[in-house]
Design a protein around this ligand. Structure first.
Ligand code: FES
Length: 79
């Protein structure tokens, strides 16, 4: 299923990124570009990313991005 239509990013792409070693929402967003154009998919994309990270790493909560690393969603909203 495509979760970001602007960048044609699928839920399977997000899961693959998490399985490839991404540990935070920001890492997946930066690696895939999901949510970086119109931003209309941001809420759904973040939900998919969090689920993918938890599934890939066997946790209930994904790791937080390091302090000082801009959250792509916040950067997009401000721009
Ligand atoms: S649908 Fe994802 S950035 Fe536009």
């Amino acid at each position: 299923m495509i979760v970001c239509h602007c960048l044609v990013v699928r839920d399977t792409d997000l899961r693959a990124c998490a399985l490839a070693g991404a540990r935070t929402v920001g890492e997946v967003l930066r690696a895939t570009g999901a949510g970086s154009a119109c931003g209309g998919c941001s809420v759904a994309v973040r939900q998919h990313v969090k689920a993918a990270l938890c599934q890939a790493h066997g946790t209930h909560q994904p790791l937080e991005d390091a302090a000082g690393v801009p959250d792509p969603e916040v950067v997009h909203a401000a721009g």
